[in-house]
Structure formats: structure tokens, C-alpha cells
Design a protein around this ligand. Structure first.
Ligand SMILES: NC(=O)c1ccc[n+]([C@@H]2O[C@H](COP(=O)([O-])OP(=O)(O)OC[C@H]3O[C@@H](n4cnc5c(N)ncnc54)[C@H](OP(=O)(O)O)[C@@H]3O)[C@@H](O)[C@H]2O)c1
Length: 261
């Protein structure tokens, strides 16, 4: 293998990807596995993660499915323990599982909805990172990737809890990067724009809404989940060995270059 190509190689690495039964998480998990990593596919439903692991296996990729509701500390601990029992180490953690259960005014937001959003989008990534930390430190390093959103970088009316959680995730990553660089644990963030998945369905299922939305995207279209996978491979691998605390926007240009009409 050529020198630079080798930098993207993940042979011998073990990765955990939360929210990997579909959408962006599944695409990133596939990206890591196709570059040689052993991947733990995780989401709430065992059947769903087993189905993805089976498809990966048929394609000659190494993967197991481990169910974990990321807001459950007990299930997070089981996810880590099973990974170490099965594969012996943890090199890569992708905190991808996310939720956006509320669309509405800040003052009307039920307390429980706010708490749930924070628990899944922000508190769980911190907790899972802390569980991975001793393993990565002992191994001499690791890569943690948080999936935030462009919604963590700007305000959007009626998305408050989601945006606050995603902004918090960016600051969590930067603080982890500041503290864990000494252990060679790198922590970076990906901020997708609109990607065609179940989570974003309300933004694209109506063709007229989609057309209007896409007019503001310089590349003129929403992304497919696979278009997020390359960044995940890059951040997981030695190709990004000097990068930590970075916030990488992958949004077709919408955030920084809205089209004026
Ligand atoms: N799609 C977009 O336009 C977009 C844009 C910016 C950022 N993002 C972010 O990208 C990430 C992935 O979203 P997606 O669009 O790929 O969504 P998706 O297709 O709906 O997939 C969400 C995944 O998370 C799992 N999940 C949901 N709640 C969970 C929980 N409490 N514990 C563990 N797993 C859970 C789901 O599986 P189960 O139902 O089986 O648990 C599924 O695998 C999210 O963090 C989202 O905020 C998405």
C-alpha cells in the first residue's frame, strides 16, 4: 500500500458507532468497516443492529450488533464491556445517535422534551466518551467523533432544544480535545447539513418544501448519508493525526454561503 493511502487504513482498529442501524450512522459504520475496522453497530433495537451487522458480514466486513439506548448508563456500560470482550480494545467512538422530538416555541417546550433531547444528544456522548477514555488512554490513543449539526452553529426558530444540544456537543468536543490531547485521544466534530434520513423527513418529504429549501443550498440538493462517511473515515484514521477540536461542516454550502434571491 502506498504511504498516503496507508494513512486511511483502519486494519486492526475497533470502532463503536451509535445510531448505526440506519441513516448517517450506518453509512459511517460501513465506511469504517470498508477501510478495515471491526465495527460495533449500535442502536436501541437488537433486531435492527443485527440486521445491519448481517448485511456487513455478507459483504465481507467485520461487525457485530449491540443494542444500547444511549440515555441508559447501564446499557452504555454494557456496550463498552461487550466491545472489549468481543474485540479486546476500543480505538474509535462515533457519537451519532440523536433526536429532535420538538418543533415549536421555546416558552411552550415541555420540560421532559428538553431533558430527553439533552440526555440523548449531549449527555450520552459525554458519558460514552468517559467510558471509552480509560481504554483509549491505556492503548496510547483513540479518535472520538461527535455528530453535531449546522444547527449547532446558528439559531433556527422552533428548533431550540436540538440547537442548544448540538452547540453544547461542539463545546464538549473542544474541551475533551483540550484535556485529552496529552493522551493522544483526538476529539472532532462533524456538522452535517440536510441529509436524507428518517430524522430529517419532515424537511424533505413534501416536494414543494424540499424545492424551496434546496434553493438556498449552493450545491442545489440535500446530501445522501454516504456523503458523510468519508469525513468519518478521515477523522477516525491516521490521515487526521494532527487534528483535534476541529469542527467540520459538510452542508453543501448552506451555512456560509446562502444564496440571495
Ligand atoms: N439527517 C440530517 O439532515 C442531519 C443533519 C444534521 C445532523 N444530523 C445528526 O446525525 C445523526 C444521525 O441522524 P440521522 O439523520 O442519520 O437519523 P436516522 O436515520 O433517524 O437514524 C437515527 C439512528 O439513531 C438511533 N437512535 C435513535 N435514538 C436512539 C437512542 N436513544 N439510543 C441509541 N440509538 C438511537 C436509531 O435507531 P433505533 O431507532 O433503532 O434506536 C437510528 O439508528 C443525529 O445525531 C442527527 O442529529 C442529521
Amino acid at each position: 500500500m502506498t504511504r498516503i493511502k496507508k494513512l486511511f487504513n483502519l486494519d486492526g482498529k475497533v470502532a463503536i458507532v451509535t445510531g448505526a442501524s440506519k441513516g448517517i450512522g450506518e453509512a459511517m459504520a460501513r465506511g469504517l468497516a470498508e477501510h478495515g475496522a471491526k465495527v460495533v453497530i449500535s442502536s436501541r433495537k437488537q433486531e435492527a443492529v443485527d440486521a445491519v451487522a448481517e448485511v456487513f458480514g455478507k459483504d465481507g466486513l467485520e461487525a457485530i450488533g449491540v443494542a444500547c439506548h444511549v440515555a441508559s448508563e447501564e446499557q452504555c456500560q454494557q456496550l463498552i464491556d461487550t466491545t472489549v470482550e468481543q474485540y479486546g480494545r476500543i480505538d474509535i467512538l462515533i457519537n451519532n445517535a440523536g433526536t429532535n422530538p420538538y418543533f415549536g416555541a421555546i416558552q411552550d417546550m415541555p420540560k421532559g422534551v428538553y431533558q430527553k433531547t439533552m440526555d440523548i444528544n449531549l449527555n450520552a456522548p459525554m458519558h460514552l466518551s468517559n467510558l471509552c477514555y480509560p481504554h483509549m488512554k491505556q492503548q496510547g490513543g483513540g479518535s472520538i467523533i461527535h455528530i453535531s449539526s449546522i444547527e449547532g452553529l446558528h439559531a433556527t426558530a422552533k428548533f431550540a432544544a436540538y440547537n442548544v444540544s448540538k452547540a453544547g456537543l461542539i463545546m464538549l468536543a473542544q474541551n475533551q480535545a483540550a484535556e485529552w490531547g496529552v493522551d493522544n485521544i483526538r476529539v472532532n466534530v462533524i456538522c452535517p447539513g440536510l441529509v436524507k434520513t428518517k430524522l430529517s423527513q419532515m424537511l424533505w418529504q413534501d416536494e414543494r418544501n424540499l424545492q424551496a429549501f434546496q434553493k438556498n443550498i449552493p450545491l442545489g440538493r440535500m446530501a445522501q448519508p454516504d456523503e458523510m462517511a468519508g469525513l468519518a473515515v478521515f477523522l477516525a484514521s491516521e490521515a487526521s493525526s494532527y487534528m483535534t477540536g476541529a469542527v467540520l461542516v459538510n452542508d453543501g454550502g448552506i451555512l456560509h454561503a446562502p444564496i440571495m434571491s
